[in-house]
Design a protein around this ligand. Structure first.
Ligand code: FEO
Ligand code: CA
Ligand code: CA
Ligand code: CA
Length: 599
């Protein structure tokens, strides 16, 4: 049911009813139009998508799988013309390739990958840069856009910053330690003030197979990162993903990658100054003093919240002068004190315990093993830090902590043991200075069903039965400073609803009120919320629809030709279910979620 706006709320739209079904749903009065699906053309001469005749060559010209981060980089300052940048985080072979799933004694088995399948998977990873234009109120891709580009797990990239060229980054395939092929598991990301595209490498451990040679010096490093996990078969055909054959290759992943989208032939750069861990995203803000501050989550149970402050100053008059700002600056990790203070601890070689006797002979060592350096600094282990979004107007930043069911001891910043539903922390940097090394923090929300007392959720009493959520993951702050939160992991058994996009009040009497704006089809996760500067479009990424609807009408992990829970977005038996980016606009135009007279 619709819920009338209270006077105090910053949002005004009719709330979507929470639930679960094969389709997506947006608030009444809005359109949710599919803009780009897996397999859609990224170039005018790309082949049409044919799920039964996939190849590496076709996938390299088509939109990749499992869209995650979405950003818009305006062209010529226009509100109706720009570059859409989209991460393709990972692949779901059971939903992509016909005939590879069998059920043996009730257990789902996925066939071992062929070399061809591995190469398609590698081409379906990475990112897409594609020109888009709004025509008659609707966005459409511009397939002959000269800046259109696919980035894959094979695209040549440079390693830059303090760790570039270090022996620990040198491999059989690249003795320079400066050149790497591809980027993997790009989760959230960012767009910089100078208009580049940031891709964050997250769960890189899954791509490696094999065993390190006995007594290899990287053993502790890889153990801390969970490498190898052998979730993919790539290492069977590409030696660099087998740590027994090319032991240093994992040190070349887990970085933040920057792409200069204005040159389609530019070599993307892995910016080592921002550390190596399971990077969720890299949202940034221009500080008052001209430095740029990037907030970085490390998405693992008991890992940390980071920020990076550039040494140099952003120059709005000279784009080229900003292009290497990310090679020099200070990386900090957060310690959340129980008394409500947050302290940002610099990860600088030679300071405190970050010394040669502890294995940090150079800044490169600190960056390659960021997690171990942060352990020694006694940063606060958190409940899986995901997207972190600064609000430039208030000097605050919102930290999504998605869940941590393994937490046995609570503390003030992680207040629940067996934290199944996650929480959101609001950081207020000292004096509104994003580069400050101190600040305060408080919990904005403890998530979960407020009707179940044991859950301990703290949504406001204005929040309806549709408005609460669990598992915050990505988020966005719009031009009015309003917070939007998207989720990963809501399901029938956990919360009786799909994932979606929720509007969360942070100010005044309505603080802690949440309402549902959009929800995804069964099995999907909600990624990439990106609101345009004019607030007239919300781009959202529907990731892995049809997957993991584990307890919906009794089906397990579906295969391509099995009974699928949904065939979104095509609803065509000849087409698999497909991840897609959706553009949400207001019918008749106007700003999203604003009262009619302000829209
Ligand atoms: Fe790729 Fe942390 O979600
Ligand atoms: Ca996610
Ligand atoms: Ca974000
Ligand atoms: Ca997640």
């Amino acid at each position: 049911g619709a819920h009338a706006a209270t006077g105090a709320s910053a949002f005004d739209f009719p709330e979507v009813t929470a639930g679960i079904d094969p389709d997506h749903h947006v608030a009444e009065g809005y359109d949710a139009d599919v803009l780009l699906r897996w397999g859609d053309k990224v170039f005018a001469d790309a082949p049409e998508f044919d799920p039964t005749a996939q190849s590496e060559a076709t996938q390299e010209r088509q939109f990749g799988y499992n869209n995650d981060f979405v950003g818009v980089i305006p062209l010529d300052g226009a509100a109706d013309h720009g570059l859409l940048v989209v991460n393709h985080e990972y692949t779901d072979p059971h939903l992509m390739f016909p005939g590879i799933v069998t059920i043996v004694d009730g257990e789902v088995q996925i066939a071992e990958a062929t070399e061809e399948r591995v190469n398609i998977e590698m081409a379906a990873h990475g990112g897409t840069v594609i020109e888009i234009r709004k025509v008659d109120g609707k966005w459409q891709p511009v397939l002959d856009g000269e800046l259109n580009r696919r980035i894959t797990a094979k695209t040549e990239m440079a390693i830059s910053g303090p760790a570039a060229g270090h022996p620990r980054l040198q491999t059989v395939a690249d003795t320079s330690g400066r050149k790497v092929f591809g980027t993997i598991n790009n989760c959230a990301g960012g767009v910089t003030p100078w208009g580049t595209y940031i891709m964050a490498e997250e769960n890189i451990h899954g791509y490696f197979i094999g065993e390190l040679p006995e007594g290899h010096p990287e053993a502790a490093n890889y153990d801390r990162m969970g490498i190898p996990e052998s979730a993919y078969d790539w290492g069977k055909y590409h030696d660099r993903f087998d740590v027994s054959k090319d032991p240093n290759e994992p040190n070349r992943f887990g970085w933040v990658v920057e792409v200069d989208v204005m040159d389609p032939n530019s070599v993307p750069k892995k910016r080592t100054a921002l550390g190596r861990f399971k990077h969720e995203g890299a949202e940034s803000v221009l500080n008052k003093d001209g430095r740029v501050v990037f907030y970085l989550g490390d998405d693992e149970r008991f890992d940390y919240v980071y920020k990076f402050v550039t040494k140099g100053i952003y120059n709005p008059e000279d784009r080229a002068a900003n292009l290497d700002l990310l090679d020099d600056g200070t990386l900090y990790v957060a310690r959340f004190h129980d008394d409500g203070r947050v302290e940002w601890l610099p990860l600088v070689q030679g300071e405190g315990p970050l010394t040669e006797p502890n294995g940090f002979a150079s800044q490169a060592d600190v960056l390659i093993e960021t997690r171990r350096a942060a352990d020694l600094l006694e940063a606060t282990p958190m409940d899986r830090p995901e997207d972190i979004q600064p609000n430039p107007a208030t000097g605050r930043a919102y930290v999504m902590l998605t869940n941590n069911t393994k937490r046995e001891e609570a503390n003030a910043a992680n207040p629940r043991v067996e934290n199944a539903f996650g929480h959101i922390i609001e950081i207020a940097e000292e004096g509104g200075d994003f580069a400050a090394t101190t600040g305060t923090w408080e919990i904005l929300l403890k998530c979960g069903d407020p009707a179940i007392a044991e859950v301990g959720a703290t949504f406001s009493t204005e929040t309806t039965v549709n408005g609460w959520f669990g598992m915050p993951d990505n988020c966005a702050v719009d031009a009015e400073g309003r917070l939007w939160v998207s989720t990963d992991g809501n399901s029938p058994s956990k919360t009786g609803r799909t994932d979606g996009l929720w509007a969360v009040d942070t100010q005044g009497a309505a603080r802690g009120t949440s309402r549902l704006f959009y929800r995804v089809p069964v099995g999907a996760e909600m990624c990439g919320p990106c609101v345009t500067d004019d607030m007239e479009t919300f781009f959202v990424a529907v990731q892995h629809p049809g997957d993991g609807g584990d307890d919906w009408e009794g089906f397990g992990r579906p295969s391509y030709y099995e009974d699928l829970s949904t065939r979104w977005p095509d609803f065509n038996e000849a087409m698999p279910v497909r991840p897609a980016v959706v553009a949400i606009t207001r019918q008749g135009g106007g700003k999203i979620g604003m009262a009619k007279d302000q829209a």
